[in-house]
Ligand binder design. Structure first.
Ligand SMILES: [Ca+2]
Length: 268
């Protein structure tokens, strides 16, 4: 959808004309018919975020979420159809320099300005997303952004994972890398580092998948653990499968845990 550089999308009452412009937030939205409210929201979020992390539009659609019988882990079953409304998701994981705009006390080693922020717990990630007038992506939004309607096994497609080419995973270098270092591992929509670098918090409580089809699912109403997706630098290729799930406790602050932000018609 971004391949032609120009996108015209009619979305649930919005008419947007967007022009792709990596690193140029001012070009990302040139008109809309929501009285400017959506454009204002995106521009404000991008300005607060330091003009690095654009929001990429993911068209609404339908995909098979989870894994077929005999594939993946039990937590990925049952595979089911999920329909999603359009939403925006950040091109990159939230970086240290972006997070410092939200939390001036945030400290990190010199030279890691554009590395993803790490050691943030779920509430801190959610608070940052709220500060951007957005939300953490739902688990379904995250997986749909990574897989698309065609159901890619990995964000880039079905090609076998190559660490250092498709992303930062499998222990290479033993640390985070700056956002966006592996363009061959980006999704066709231009979302980077969904495979590896840092794990990404999602908004949902973790729970078994329901059996039936769903529209815009937001996960269980309660639970002790939250969803985390995408693997990280120290984890092997098994965890960079787009259907792979992880579920730590939300108060965990772990060096490989980060996040990115979504904006959507149904986010708070
Ligand atoms: Ca990641």
């Amino acid at each position: 959808m971004w391949g032609a550089g120009v996108l015209v999308a009619v979305l649930a009452g919005w008419l947007l004309v967007a022009v792709e412009g990596p690193g140029a937030a001012d070009d990302s939205l040139v008109a809309d018919t929501t009285g400017g409210r959506l454009a204002e929201r995106i521009a404000l979020a991008e300005a607060k975020g330091g003009h690095l992390n654009e929001f990429i539009l993911i068209d609404g659609g339908r995909f098979l979420m989870g894994s077929a019988d005999g594939v993946g882990e039990s937590a990925e079953h049952p595979e089911r159809w999920v329909e999603l409304s359009p939403f925006y998701i950040q091109r990159y994981e939230v970086t240290n320099e972006e997070y410092r705009l939200f939390d001036p006390g945030h400290e990190f080693p010199a030279g890691k300005e554009r590395h993803p922020v790490v050691s943030v717990n779920w509430s801190e990630a959610k608070d940052y997303a709220t500060w951007l007038d957005g939300a953490l992506p739902t688990e379904a939004q995250w997986e749909f952004a990574a897989r698309g309607e065609e159901g890619r096994k990995y964000p880039w497609g079905s090609g076998h994972p190559r660490t250092g080419i498709h992303g930062n995973f499998g222990g290479i270098g033993g640390d985070t890398q700056p956002a966006g270092q592996y363009p061959e591992g980006a999704t066709p929509s231009g979302v980077h580092d969904m495979a590896g670098n840092v794990w990404e918090w999602c908004s949902d409580w973790y729970g078994p998948y329901p059996a039936g089809d769903e529209k815009d699912p937001a996960g269980p109403d309660a639970g002790p653990r939250r969803v985390l997706r995408g693997g990280a630098f120290g984890f092997d290729e098994w965890y960079v499968r787009a259907a792979s799930r992880s579920a730590p406790y939300p108060d965990y602050r772990v060096y490989s845990f980060g996040f990115r932000v979504a904006l959507s018609p149904f986010s708070p």
